[in-house]
Write a protein that binds this ligand. Structure first.
Ligand SMILES: [Fe+2]
Length: 238
């Protein structure tokens, strides 16, 4: 054997890219103020187009967040820049993301969102979740993957959490060294996640006082002509 040192590296092959970040407190306050002053009073329900079972509280609702108003345009600019960053930095694609619909979810005790994914007009699309209000009964839960987090013993440790499910791996598959296909997200005020529209997700109900407020958006994805060519797609057809 050579006495030269052999460097070994572990290599991970990723198949799902997301963007996540924390909005500053004043930005969250400003968005919540716009929702309180404009979105809630307008009461433009979009429940007919959403699977959320948001109906247990007097204020339970799913409301349109108009991206065409001056405030909406400014907000859309921020969302589009985040989503385009995922496209370009995560997926290494030439193109841009364009938020086309946006809505708020005002959940109270017992409300939940069943397993689903989102749709967009373009074949590739992105979706986002931004947490804007989190009740204390969710805040006080342990954080997933920490040693004190355990959903056995009827602990309620996933109450009010969002779960992403992006493949069908069972626990036995994971034991056999396949990649896990699930991620449990504990809501945190200001945290935003952007991911491909095909990622299935669900939200578990919580049981306690207060509002769990989130904002979601869907983005069409427009590739450059050059990017389309790589996939044999003629841009004019889209
Ligand atoms: Fe959703």
């Amino acid at each position: 054997m050579s006495d030269k040192k052999i460097n070994l590296n572990t290599v991970s092959i990723n198949h799902l890219h997301m963007i996540t970040g924390m909005l500053p407190e004043n930005a969250v306050e400003e968005i919540n103020k716009h929702i309180d002053d404009v979105i809630i009073p307008t009461q433009d329900s979009v429940s007919y187009n959403l699977v959320g079972q948001i109906n247990q509280g007097k204020k339970s609702s799913q409301l349109d967040f108009d991206l065409k108003t001056p405030y909406g345009q400014q907000f859309k600019g921020m969302l589009d820049s985040f989503a385009t960053a995922l496209l370009q930095q995560g997926y290494k694609r030439e193109g841009k993301a364009d938020a086309v619909e946006c809505w708020t979810v005002h959940s109270y005790a017992g409300d939940y969102n069943p397993f689903h994914s989102h749709g967009t007009a373009t074949p590739a699309g992105l979706s986002c979740i931004l947490y804007l209000k989190v009740p204390d009964c969710i805040k006080e839960k342990p954080t997933p993957n920490n040693s004190d987090w355990n959903i056995n013993h009827a602990s309620g440790d996933c109450d009010g959490f969002t779960q992403l499910i992006y493949n069908t791996a069972t626990s036995y598959d994971v034991y056999s060294l396949h990649a896990s296909g699930q991620e449990m997200i504990k809501p945190e005020v200001g945290k935003i996640y952007i991911f491909p529209k095909w990622v299935n997700h669900q939200v578990y109900p919580f049981f306690g006082e207060g509002e769990r407020r989130t904002l979601s958006a869907n983005f069409n994805v427009y590739y450059s002509e050059n990017e389309n060519k790589k996939f044999g797609v003629v841009s004019d057809w889209l």
